[in-house]
Design a protein around this ligand. Structure first.
Ligand code: NDP
Length: 415
């Protein structure tokens, strides 16, 4: 992050941007969820009457969220897990990370189902208080970001402490704020948010069953696809350590809110929509959507693994042949065979195919269930652009050579 002095006018504009971000992001989730719960998924005009329907936090939603967060924290800290070292940091050091996400995920699901079966927990309440949960999670993310700021400021370099307060709060003061061994970014990136997303889906499927006496094939597939997506995430948890977020993003409100609020409450919009508008898909639609999801997954997983293994074991064969690559003057090797020879980000293509499959399950009546694929396409297009700029700076003419050899960015033959 550059800390060069900015003019007072630039600083003012930046600060206005940060304040707008702080207001707009929570408002966006509240808007989307309220449209789903009060307007059956139709886009409503966000006037004062609309905002009056937004649910404030309740005692129940606050207690549940607090318990949930502390429970996830406890499992992360106390459950056993393999400790691995992350990518090399700018000062040449590496940080240890405990990988027990899969255990945490499976335990959370098992306990949730067990508690629901015994009647200790009413999954329908998650639906009944959905708006209140979103408000609660937003407030929690704002508060946790304050802790992140305090810890981050203390651990930031002298130079990064010069960054303005608002910028440090919104974008982050440092890369890896830690309390003892607890890495706040690594923990919040997955555990409280991603696992909650799946439990919310289950609760919504349960609610659909309560209302109609059956679970639609579309709802069942949403739950299965997204559960497998998160299961895959935890099975390959180590690969998170080399993702852009962990390696390059400072940890502040943006990432914290994204993981604690945006992921669980907007990625579950398809299931939320299906509660009140069950879609019964024809057999051919089911087959087509399953094929789209499975092919997308195969591309997504195999391309990510090809890069992961290539970086770990450069001799390992890809598609039955020795890997081809460009040896950069920076030192790293750029893979040019397998998926990485087809387009420069086929891993994004696979992810987008899966996202599209999830949205198609909701039919074509409303645009809001397609929120995920619209947002995700924008995110990944921007990410590809940003990654391209990053690699061009890092690898110079070697990156130009790679771009010549592999001209397609994401979709071979199209983009
Ligand atoms: P990538 O895994 O694509 O990593 C990009 C980095 O890989 C580059 O910066 C470069 O890093 C290295 N690299 C680029 N080209 C090559 C090559 N040819 N050979 C070897 N190394 C190369 O990016 P992300 O971290 O953005 O994405 C990881 C996965 O996470 C993707 O599948 C994406 O779809 C998914 N994702 C999902 C999100 C969600 O919300 N569901 C959000 C964001 C991502 P280096 O400096 O090491 O060379």
């Amino acid at each position: 992050m550059s800390t060069t002095l900015k003019s007072p006018r630039d600083s003012l504009i930046n600060n206005i941007g940060y304040v707008l971000t702080l207001l707009a992001f929570p408002a966006l989730t509240l808007y989307a969820v309220t449209c789903m719960t009060h307007y059956d998924g139709a886009l409503a005009i966000p006037n004062t009457q609309f905002w009056a329907q937004v649910d404030p936090p309740t005692l129940h939603s606050s207690a549940f969220y607090l318990l949930w967060f502390v429970f996830q924290l406890m499992i992360h800290i106390f459950a056993p897990g393999r400790v691995v070292r992350g990518s090399t940091l700018a000062d040449g050091s590496t940080l240890p990370y405990k990988l027990n996400g899969l255990f945490s995920f499976l335990l959370s699901i098992a306990l949730f189902l067990f508690a629901a079966w015994l009647g200790w927990l009413d999954p329908g309440e998650l639906y009944g208080q959905f708006g209140a949960f979103v408000s609660t999670a937003n407030i929690a993310a704002i508060a946790i970001s304050v802790v992140v700021l305090i810890v981050g400021r203390r651990q930031a370099s002298e130079q990064n402490r010069q960054v303005g307060f608002l910028r440090a709060y919104v974008v982050g003061a440092t890369l890896n704020p830690r309390i003892g061994k607890l890495d706040l970014k690594f923990f919040c990136e997955s555990r409280p948010g991603m696992t909650l997303w799946i439990l919310i889906n289950f609760a919504l499927a349960w609610q659909q069953y309560q209302l109609y006496g059956y679970v639609s094939n579309s709802m069942a597939l949403v739950c299965i696809f997204q559960t497998l997506y998160i299961l895959d995430y935890y099975v390959f948890e180590e690969a998170i350590l080399t993702t852009w977020d962990i390696k390059h993003e400072r940890y502040g409100f943006l990432l914290c809110w994204g993981c604690l609020v945006f992921i669980p409450f907007t990625f579950s919009l398809q299931a939320l929509y299906l509660v009140l508008s069950p879609v019964d898909l024809s057999t051919w639609s089911v087959i087509a959507i399953i094929v789209l999801n499975v092919v997308g997954y195969a591309i997504f997983r195999s391309s990510n693994l090809q890069k992961h293994w290539f970086r770990k074991e450069p001799e390992r064969r890809i598609w039955g042949k020795s890997p081809e690559y460009i040896q950069t003057s920076y030192g790293s090797k750029l893979l040019t065979s397998g998926w990485w020879g087809v387009a420069r980000h086929t891993n994004y293509l696979g992810d987008l195919m899966m996202g599209l499959a999830w949205c198609l399950l909701c039919g074509f009546e409303h645009i809001l269930p397609y929120f995920y694929i619209i947002y995700f396409t924008i995110l990944l297009l921007h990410r590809e652009w940003r990654d391209n700029r990053h690699c061009a700076q890092k690898y110079g003419k070697d990156w130009d050579e790679y771009r010549q050899k592999v001209p397609w960015r994401i979709v071979p033959g199209l983009y």
